[in-house]
Design a protein around this ligand. Sequence first.
Ligand code: SF4
Ligand code: SF4
Length: 230
Amino acid sequence: MSEFEKQLTAELIRLGADLTGFGDLTELSPHVRYKLPIGISIGVRVPRDIVRGIAEAPTLEYWDYYHSGQQNLARIADAGAEFILAHGYKAVPMTGKNLQRVNKLRHALPHKTVATRAGLGWVGKCAMVATNQFGTAVWFASILTNAPLTAAQPINESRCGACMACTRGCPAKAISGRLWQADMEREEFFDAEKCAAVTRERAKALIGVDYPLCGKCIAVCPITRRYLEA
Ligand code: SF4
Ligand code: SF4
């Protein structure tokens, strides 16, 4: 690791990151990556108590965390980008207006794409990034940059194997059980619209929140459970 890579990683951890990695994005359209070659992936784990609470149904605690967790990730990405800019390189935090949407359920450059390119995990059957450290109980933010960072080996294939825990546990039947590969569209293995519709209904009925909130697939994942028990 170069001195700058060490300093940047230390700064992101100081800001609150639990996972960091650098990915080569040059195979992606220049338009979605602001013509910048490197994506920095930042992961923050979801606290154990919050994850334990959503094993059966969404909770108000998870709803509160949903907001504070997203704000925290945006804060880390914004401050990380400032750090890079202060060292004389370009940096675009993928927060707020910088996030280009394809539709209401999809970003042009999903954080999970940057995370897999940065070698931090693979896309699980439930369409969340699955990591060895925290299972799917980790959320991601990204920064795009031209800083001289050494890209990790990307992960291009699922490591879920024969596990069907999230497929079986999903109340929306949105998870097909098919294994992800980097060249697949999400629709080929996961029905995001079904997930959004059923989770909104359930969250409204169970905790009075008119928002698609669930997370059961996070809690039932055996790799997440390893994190919970650690
Ligand atoms: S969030 Fe809930 S409904 Fe959506 S995929 Fe996960 S378990 Fe299924
Ligand atoms: S529950 Fe199993 S199939 Fe689903 S993401 Fe976790 S390891 Fe993969």
